[in-house]
Design a protein around this ligand. Structure first.
Ligand SMILES: [Zn+2]
Ligand SMILES: [Zn+2]
Length: 170
């Protein structure tokens, strides 16, 4: 087992995945879609999972803790399909976020072609138990723009270009 491996596990262990590399990028996203999806999933009374909310909650900084990987870095090692459901935000919601219906932990979703966005708080290092601590500074994105659609789109384009850049040179 390589020490570069990272694991993603929901709280009840119905879903497990292994990433063969550390995240390419980590950030806290406060866009409307992330905040609303997490609120919908984690405000259920039955929620008993690993929260995706970022660890430094404040009014301005209460978004989703996200780790970005290339899709070919991930292998799903355990999945009880009867316990995975998806949440979309609104009629025109583009992102389907999967979560475990047993514990409520948000898992990872397709984020852009060939990229996926994982619940940073549900990641562990290769031993499967030590929470992953980002080695780089965690950026805050989309703050103060969570309900301004134009700003979100501009920021998403910037993020998308950053990802294209990363995929060319990494
Ligand atoms: Zn679970
Ligand atoms: Zn977001």
């Amino acid at each position: 087992m390589s020490s570069n491996e990272h694991h993603l596990k929901c709280k009840c262990s119905a879903f497990e995945a292994v990433f063969n590399t550390p995240p390419r990028m980590v950030f806290n996203c406060q866009c409307h879609s992330c905040v609303a999806a997490i609120a919908a999933i984690e405000s259920k009374e039955s929620f008993n999972g690993t929260s995706m909310k970022c660890n430094t909650p404040s009014e301005e900084n209460s978004g989703a803790a996200i780790a970005i990987y290339k899709s070919n870095n991930v292998t799903v090692t355990k999945c009880d399909e009867s316990k995975v459901a998806f949440v979309k935000v609104g009629e025109d919601g583009k992102i389907a976020r999967p979560y475990c219906t047993e514990c409520g932990t948000v898992l990872f979703n397709v984020w852009a072609p060939n990229w996926c966005a994982a619940n940073l708080n549900a990641l562990t290092t290769s031993d499967g138990t030590t929470p992953y601590e980002p080695t780089k500074e965690v950026m805050n994105v989309n703050c103060k723009s969570s309900f301004d659609k134009t700003k979100i789109q501009i920021l998403n384009i910037i993020l998308y270009l950053l990802v294209c850049y990363l995929s060319l040179y990494h």
